[in-house]
Design a binder for this molecule. Structure first.
Ligand code: ZN
Length: 481
């Protein structure tokens, strides 16, 4: 679009019929290692992201991050992608207070603030919360503000997995905005959605609330992934009071007669609140004790166990999996895919101009488990389905949501735009054939149509395939020296 780059090039790429765009920036990922087989340390090439046009990812979202950012930075090598991180509230709180359901003492609050401070100096790009999850869920808004304002002093962003995304969505948006206002920093509301069939079709009202805050001068933007299903753990089907502590405490509550019946009652109420007739909306992505469960719904697993097709029986199936998954090392039983949202609401979110495109995914060990396809196909899916096929977005607007919009909120001042002097993170693709291939049934499929992906001036993808180049870097936030 009229930018004269005036370059002396060593290599010339024929881009006839192709689109050259800034490399995509995915500001909502989770690439910390949860075991020895995954995470960016084990999978530094990040093939699934690079082959989807992504040149920079931000991890440490939803309150979960590394604590020692400097050590994590130096542990990374052979990166095929740029990576930045947030410092996560849940991780900080866990390091200082364990999984306790209480307010911090003044001394504990200071310790948490010191961890956030150090992380920002070591290059974190902001502060994230996951107020749905243990132990962040035990924090008051005031605690979050006291920690967020430390990150704000260094120019960080507040990235919020808000407290509740169903009946209390609007209250939860209010809370995230209050944190940003009082701490004095931009707010990114993560993976914007409205859960529960009974509420489907109403997400436009939540968008209006966000827009009303923007009109008041609040710097708040949102992001979303282009799918109607979410990914989380099995523990979120249980009431929050029942999942505090580790796997042993959770198992003890399930095995105690009194708390068992309270758990069952609350789970039935949660099912009713979402308008779900049973647990067929919940599919296992990965369950360590029984890999044959991967890809099956809770209702199917319940039938396999030859239990009656009742809510009570399905709840017992979940509780058994919580105990056995916990014994196998997964605190929250299993990783899951939930059919939470309506596609109509997803489209409404994407039509909003202040929605960035994010995957909420991770680096993939090719072929392992039955993960959400978003880690492979998010950007290609937007370009193919939302732009080319259904024309919900124009091509230029879709690219803006993958590049300059998130770059601004996350203070990437030299990325996200093709401009002289900016870092050469670039993607070249064919708009006629770019497409995601990963599906819920068959998720381990790379996107197609990306001919070149250039990271820091070096082609990590050429002619549609990974090269042997690894030019990714750890990208530091505005607080680093
Ligand atoms: Zn989240």
């Amino acid at each position: 679009m009229g930018v004269d780059l005036q370059l002396d090039a060593r290599e010339t790429i024929d881009a006839a019929g192709r689109v050259l765009a800034p490399g995509f920036i995915d500001v909502h990922t989770h690439v910390e290692s949860s075991d020895r087989r995954d995470g960016l340390q084990r999978l530094p090439r990040a093939d699934n992201y690079v082959l989807d046009g992504v040149t920079t990812i931000v991890t440490g979202n939803c309150g979960g991050s590394e604590i020692d950012i400097a050590a994590w930075n130096s542990s990374l090598s052979g990166l095929g992608i740029n990576v930045a991180t947030l410092i996560g509230h849940n991780s900080v709180r866990r390091a200082v207070m364990g999984l306790d359901d209480r307010a911090p003492t003044p001394r504990e609050l200071e310790q948490m603030q010191a961890l956030v401070d150090q992380a920002m100096q070591d290059g974190a790009v902001g502060f994230s919360t996951g107020l749905l999850y243990v132990p962040g869920t035990y924090a008051t808004t005031e605690e979050v503000i006291r920690l967020a304002e430390v990150a704000a002093r260094y120019g960080g962003v507040y990235a919020s997995h808000i407290r509740e995304q169903g009946a209390k969505l609007h209250d939860s948006i209010d809370e995230a905005v209050r944190v940003g206002r009082e701490a004095g920093m931009p707010v990114q509301i993560s993976h914007f959605k409205l859960k529960g069939r009974t509420r489907w079709g109403n997400i436009g009202k939540a968008i209006e609330l966000v827009e009303s805050y923007r009109r008041q001068g609040v710097d708040v933007v949102i992001d979303a992934y282009p799918y109607d299903r979410a990914s989380s753990n099995l523990g979120i089907t249980m009431p929050r009071w029942a999942v505090s502590g580790g796997a042993e405490e959770i198992a003890a509550r399930i095995q105690d007669d009194d708390t068992h019946s309270r758990i069952v009652g609350d789970m039935q109420a949660m099912l009713d609140d979402g308008g779900y007739p049973d647990y067929s909306y919940a599919t296992v992505a990965q369950y360590r004790p029984q890999p044959a469960y991967n890809g099956r719904t809770i209702s199917e697993i319940n039938r396999l166990a030859e239990r009656p097709a009742t809510n009570d029986a399905e709840i017992e199936t979940i509780l058994d999996m919580m105990i056995e998954g916990g014994e196998a090392g997964n605190n929250y039983g299993a990783s899951m895919i939930y059919h939470y949202m309506s596609m109509q609401d997803v489209d409404t979110v994407f039509r909003y101009p202040n929605t960035a495109v994010t995957s909420d995914g991770t680096v993939m060990a090719y072929g392992r488990g039955q993960p959400h396809p978003r880690s492979y196909g998010t950007n290609a899916r937007v370009l193919a389905d939302f732009v080319r096929d259904r024309k919900i977005l124009t091509l230029a607007d879709a690219i803006r949501r993958m590049t300059s919009l998130p770059a601004r909120t996350f203070s990437f001042h030299d990325r996200g735009i093709v401009r002289p002097g900016f870092i050469a993170d670039l993607v070249l693709f064919d708009p006629a054939i770019v497409a995601d291939q990963a599906t819920f049934e068959d998720p381990h499929q790379y996107s197609v149509g990306f001919d070149y992906v250039i990271v820091n001036g070096v082609a990590v993808v050429a002619d549609g395939a990974m090269t042997d180049k690894r030019s990714g870097k750890f990208v530091k936030g505005p607080g680093a020296d």
